[in-house]
Ligand binder design. Structure first.
Ligand SMILES: NC(=O)c1ccc[n+]([C@@H]2O[C@H](COP(=O)([O-])OP(=O)(O)OC[C@H]3O[C@@H](n4cnc5c(N)ncnc54)[C@H](O)[C@@H]3O)[C@@H](O)[C@H]2O)c1
Length: 325
């Protein structure tokens, strides 16, 4: 069995490869060529464990992650975890990987694919709300998907973003991209054509103000529980459709559960990204009156397809540490 840490995972696969694999995952999802039960979410005192097994016709694997939102208070990332890949014939473990790295690169790519298919093709500004692990990778992938010239950042509690910005500059291929810290969410939204939320908040960070939100592409990554909401009601009166990675988002995330309960969103307006990609319809924003919204909760199918691609690349490139069982 091989073990791949964060650095080895990043060496094994490029951002473009991950985005293309996410599009491949949407095709598998559309064709229903997988088996993925609803993920058990085990909670104890605001600490969560997520178990994410998935089968495809030639592969299987499980990601296990912990999500401890209060880690931000002690300067620790919210998510830690492991990804296990098994041999399809025997079930024998073949690879173990850093689950935090798998999560962040695939979630970044899910956001990037959302940006690719929903935002204005010429968008040159992106605003990231929540400058943590996911926010970092969302910024990188947004720059892959669109000709971004400026990244705006906002994080609560005046978090020191010096290291975040330095690491982002080190990873951005285009050195001319500006990174600007905003004092508040409102000014970030005013300046950004694409807005990505990647927070651990329970209460909406996006103001309930239609005029502020109109004409922008919103990608929501953070909320995965009923009591977590990043978006207020206004967004649902601006968009015709709400795009999701998984229909289960309507049952899992407060961003959709609450507006559905209130009757301001109906499930017939919720469309999967896999259906959108299959339709080949161009719904990218064309003018300042069009608004788009994509909500992601993530799924084991993404992790499996990405981990398999990383494993295959790692074998070819001779990357990884051998572990004997
Ligand atoms: N959709 C998916 O597939 C997916 C995948 C991974 C993580 N997530 C979710 O994304 C969220 C963020 O995860 P992470 O790993 O980046 O966590 P993190 O702790 O590394 O970063 C979260 C950041 O958001 C900031 N924050 C919290 N509340 C805020 C607010 N109200 N306004 C501004 N900033 C705020 C925190 O200070 C922190 O810097 C979590 O809820 C996680 O469960 C979703």
């Amino acid at each position: 069995m091989i073990f791949l840490n964060k650095i080895e995972i990043e060496r094994a696969i490029t951002l473009d490869e991950v985005m293309n694999k996410i599009e491949e995952a949407y095709k598998v999802f559309y064709e229903e060529k997988f088996y993925m039960p609803p993920r058990p979410v085990v909670e104890y005192k605001n600490k969560t464990l997520l178990y994410m097994p998935c089968f495809m016709d030639n592969s299987l694997g499980t990601k296990i992650i912990s999500v401890f939102p209060e880690n931000a208070n002690i300067g620790e990332p919210a998510i830690y975890g492991l990804m296990l890949l098994n041999d399809y014939t025997t079930g024998k473990p073949i690879a173990l990987m850093d689950g935090q790295a798998i999560t962040s690169i695939r979630t970044g790519a899910v956001g990037g694919v959302g940006v690719r298919h929903l935002s204005n093709k010429n968008a040159s500004t992106v605003g990231i709300i929540g400058a943590g692990v996911q926010g970092f990778w969302q910024a990188l992938y947004a720059c892959k998907a669109r000709p971004i010239k400026t990244i705006f950042l906002f994080n609560r509690n005046n978090k020191d973003l010096t290291v975040f910005i330095k690491n982002l500059k080190d990873k951005l291929v285009d050195e001319s991209i500006n990174i600007v810290v905003c004092d508040d969410v409102r000014s970030l939204i005013e300046k950004s054509e694409i807005v990505i939320t990647a927070t651990t908040t329970n209460d909406p960070v996006i103001p309930n103000d239609k005029n502020l939100l109109r004409g922008k592409c919103f990608i929501a990554v953070g909320s995965y529980k009923h009591d977590m909401r990043e978006f207020s009601d206004a967004i649902f009166s601006l968009v015709d459709k709400v795009y999701v990675d998984l229909p289960f988002a309507c049952e899992e995330s407060g961003d959709l559960v609450t507006p559905i309960e209130k009757g301001i969103l109906t499930e017939d307006r919720v469309v999967t990204m896999s259906a959108l990609l299959n339709s080949k319809e161009d719904v990218t924003i064309k003018n300042e009156n069009e608004t788009q919204f994509f909500k992601s909760v993530g799924m084991g199918l993404f992790d499996l397809i990405i981990a398999k691609a990383i494993y295959e690349n790692a074998k070819l490139k001779n990357i990884g540490q051998i572990i004997n069982m």
